[in-house]
Design a protein around this ligand. Structure first.
Ligand SMILES: [Zn+2]
Length: 104
């Protein structure tokens, strides 16, 4: 039940995360890193925006939302693909969230 609840909420929130872009803070940290003033970024963020801004290396303590790991076999799948599968399996979701693409 907890996993179903997680995926239902995560499915609805993914569109917001997927559309996020680095802000000035992410860019500033990346500049400090390129300038040799910061060795690495350690973050609890799961949005991948430090990497998108150009930081490297980035240690993501809680992983990333744009990649899904199968708990049975360890296979990794891009979140866009998981999102496509969830939309296909749950076309009724648009009724509740009021948005999404045709076919939701
Ligand atoms: Zn698997």
């Amino acid at each position: 039940m907890a996993r179903r609840r997680y995926w239902a909420r995560s499915h609805l929130g993914w569109r917001t995360i997927a559309g996020a872009t680095p802000n000035g803070g992410h860019v500033a940290v990346a500049r400090l890193q390129r300038g040799g003033l910061v060795d690495a970024v350690i973050t609890q963020n799961v949005d991948g925006l430090h990497t998108a801004a150009g930081s490297a290396p980035v240690v993501e303590l809680h992983g990333r939302l744009d990649e899904v790991v199968c708990l049975d076999c360890g296979n990794r799948v891009g979140r866009q693909e998981v999102d496509r599968r969830l939309r296909e399996a749950n076309p009724f979701v648009a009724v509740f969230c009021g948005g999404g693409q045709p076919g939701w």
